[in-house]
Design a protein around this ligand. Structure first.
Ligand code: PSV
Ligand code: MN
Length: 424
């Protein structure tokens, strides 16, 4: 499904007078602070977020899944859905495939389809956390860390297969997230599990094509509840360092114990040049997969404050992906809201007066430091985000247009009301 550009423009036109009034207010505010709005808009337009192929369907909990209508039935339809999102917000120009949930059958056709929506393929994700039909050996007790060399070999082979798929699509990175771990004390040896994991990752690393990266994702618990083989950023960093320059860490916001200072982790990993990937979501307790910014927008801003600080000095950017899929909302509306929250936090971080912040830090002036950060955080940047989107050809308000165009109803008519998309 392609968005009707004329209808989008007509809806934009209706909102334009109000938007312009709000934009003028924002401009006046920024001028007072010596910030050129054009610089901020340019940065916002360049920001592109990958959508995982599994997030276009309604997510489930371990108690059940209530599929919404019109969910994509195959990879083509998932690409079409990301295309719709991108047409609306001009900020989701990439798709990240999870293998084997979404294996292309005709690579050229899939690439052409993605191009028709102006999409590229970001990192490819391997999956050794589930057994697949016909798979000879089980991952019940682990994959890359397994005590059996045969299971490890099977998991390594899968990752190499994922790289091959990614190469054909133009991806440049492999994301490895392991569910490996133990649920009971004594169940396995921490050292053996780590050594096996490192050894397996080394076998994968050897086959990384030039220009490729491997991202090592960490998670403190779930599905294993006593120990995870890669529970935290320290372990991820240790593995990435041992592997070499093409390996780096992946921070998923939901993969931290409550109250962890994620912005500090981000700052240190960037300092070391080891922040390769980033998964956005929000949570109250754990890996809750809630819409980005739904609960902790200030934390999101503080993370972006660190990211922006580093992005000034380097051209390389982490691979950004939304990693959330909710069981209540329309998945496409959920993604639109997440991206809006990310852009708002990014814009606010761009407004931080870094000279003043440094002065405050040098003078041990905690009051001034807080003032500087909160001055930026409390600035209403929504008109700037909307302006960046409008200039790129997107919708002033993506959710309003999504609803006004009746996109979900069209998809339900096209695909049916009881289809369940692949994923979790
Ligand atoms: C695991 O919780 C994770 O964050 C990994 O990134 C997976 O690829 C994704 O969620 C989907 O299960
Ligand atoms: Mn993740």
């Amino acid at each position: 499904m392609h968005i009707d550009k004329n209808r989008l423009e007509k809806l934009n036109k209706e909102r334009l007078p109000r938007h312009q009034r709000l934009l003028e207010l924002s401009m006046a505010h920024l001028e007072g602070q010596g910030i050129d709005m054009e610089d901020v808009v340019k940065e916002l337009q360049a920001f592109q977020m990958a959508i995982p192929s599994w997030a276009l369907g309604t997510g489930g909990t371990r108690f059940g899944r209530f599929a919404g209508g019109g969910e994509p039935r195959d990879l083509q339809e998932k690409i079409a859905d990301v295309g719709v999102l991108h047409a609306l917000n001009q900020s989701s120009g990439a798709i990240s495939l999870h293998i084997p949930w979404d294996v292309p059958s005709d690579f050229q056709a899939i690439k052409d389809l993605a191009r028709s929506y102006d999409l590229v393929f970001d990192a490819v994700n391997s999956n050794t956390f589930q057994d697949q039909p016909g798979q000879p050996l089980s991952y019940k007790f682990g994959s890359l860390s397994h005590i059996s060399a045969d299971v490890r070999a099977q998991a390594i082979e899968h990752n190499l297969e994922v790289i091959k798929i990614g190469e054909q699509l133009g991806s440049k990175a492999l994301t490895v997230w392991l569910a490996d771990g133990s649920s009971f004390p004594g169940q396995h040896s921490f050292r053996t599990a780590f050594e096996n994991t490192l050894d397996s990752l080394q076998s994968i690393y050897k086959h990384l094509p030039t220009g490729w990266s491997v991202f090592i994702e960490y998670k403190p618990y779930e599905p294993n509840f006593y120990s995870m083989v890669i529970p935290d950023w320290g372990t991820s960093h240790l593995l990435a360092s041992k592997l070499g320059p093409q390996a780096s860490c992946l921070v998923d916001l939901g993969h931290h114990l409550p109250n962890t200072n994620i912005e500090q982790i981000v700052a240190i990993l960037m300092m070391e040049g080891k922040l390769g990937g980033f998964h956005f979501n929000d949570s109250k307790y754990g890996d809750d997969d809630l819409t980005v910014g739904a609960l902790k927008p200030y934390q999101l801003f503080l993370i972006f404050n660190e990211l922006v600080d580093d992005m000034k000095n380097t051209a390389s950017r982490p691979s950004w992906m939304i990693d959330a899929s909710h069981n209540l909302k329309d998945p496409m509306e959920d993604l639109l809201q997440s991206i809006e929250a990310i852009l708002i936090a990014y814009a606010q971080a761009l407004l931080v007066d870094r000279t003043k912040l440094l002065e405050a830090q040098q003078a041990n002036d905690a009051t001034l430091a807080q003032e500087v950060l909160q001055e930026a955080y409390r600035t209403d940047v929504r008109a700037l985000v909307a302006e960046a989107r409008r200039r790129a050809g997107g919708a002033l308000s993506p959710i309003v247009v999504f609803r006004a165009l009746g996109i979900r109803n069209t998809l339900v008519k096209e695909r049916g009301s009881s289809v369940t998309s692949t994923g979790l």
